[in-house]
Design a binder for this molecule. Sequence first.
Ligand code: PRP
Length: 189
Amino acid sequence: MAAHITVNGDRFVEMISERRIKTAVKRLARKIDRDHRGTVPVFIGILNGAFIFFADLIREVTIDCEVDFLKLSSYGDAKISSGNVRLLKDLNCQVEGRDIIIVEDIVDTGLSVEYIRHLIAPQNPRSLKVVTLLFKADSVKPGTHVDYIGFSIPSDFVIGYGLDYAQRDRNLKAVYRLHAKAPREKAGA
Ligand code: PRP
């Protein structure tokens, strides 16, 4: 039976185990290796959420690479996106002529990816790709392009493996989803 945890009084159930995450990270790294052989891409981690996935992914990648980070915020402490992406830390690397791989923990509405593309594309990278561990196919804005996806998931609120609940629980080893609240029983039923 899948593990349950309680966070801030809310019940969460394990959605993606540590073992399945490890397998997916290896699969994604192998694809990225194949597609970037002979190049030295720059992996750009989107802080904070991507930090664990980023660290695991680049250790599975075998080609030469560089790293940099962008820090964005769209959720604050809320469970749904504010719809307003803010840049909290810009890049330090030169983008022009480089193969750029954006590393996201989750693509939900797709607004962050869209924001990043608008930030990076005008700096003339040689190529620009996006890898995400989690992809919410039902919530994402139509036309949002992601090149590498670990798991397509329903639009549940998820935490763990870098994803937070009001900044906590990023250190959980698996991904957990908010457990559907039990329907209220009708009186006399
Ligand atoms: C989360 C996540 C992605 C973004 C995805 O970041 O890490 O960057 O939201 O959502 P979107 O597709 O709707 O834009 P958040 O703003 O929660 O900041 P955090 O990474 O510091 O947790």
